[in-house]
Ligand binder design. Structure first.
Ligand code: IDP
Ligand code: MG
Length: 139
């Protein structure tokens, strides 16, 4: 599989709990190269746009509230098979269902506050990366 890129966010709960270092260590140890990274905070409009696909879901308002309540770490990661391998590394959406050793199993408490985002396709990785970064911020 060729080298490709995925997009991640360390979500507000992970930042609040002081897990930035531990999660980045796990990501690096798993073979991902950091292409871009920043500490930032999404506005309500940002979160509504980023998660527009979920706008009809009952948890949408809570999701927007959660994702905007504090800073996040946004990053672009590169590796062979990056999208799929990163989804494996983070584990299931609900940490209760996530495999041992996955980031969500280790650092998340609930299906709503699940520590980390990972793109679900190459196409979304590109869209989500462009949402947060300009070309000059990618290395
Ligand atoms: P994913 O993050 O594993 O791709 P999605 O289904 O795309 O999961 O959902 C996006 C985010 O919305 C989740 O990471 C989680 O924060 C939140 N979410 C998803 N399903 C639920 C739910 O049933 N209740 C509350 N929050 C949810
Ligand atoms: Mg998703």
């Amino acid at each position: 599989m060729a080298k490709n890129r995925t997009f991640t966010m360390l979500k507000p709960d992970a930042v609040e709990k002081g897990h930035i270092g531990a999660i980045l260590e796990k990501i690096s140890a798993s073979g991902f190269r950091i292409v871009a990274m920043k500490l930032t905070q999404m506005t309500t409009k940002d979160a509504q746009n980023f998660y527009a696909v979920h706008s009809e879901r009952p948890f949408f308002a809570d999701l927007v509230e959660y994702m905007t309540r504090g800073p996040i770490v946004a990053a672009i990661l590169e590796k062979d098979n990056a999208v799929e391998d990163f989804r494996t590394l983070i584990g299931a959406t609900n940490p209760a269902d996530a495999a041992e050793g996955t980031i969500r199993k280790m650092f998340a408490d609930s299906i709503s506050e699940n520590a980390v985002h990972g793109s679900d396709s190459d196409e979304n990785a590109f869209i989500e990366s462009a949402f947060h970064f300009s070309g000059r911020e990618m290395f």
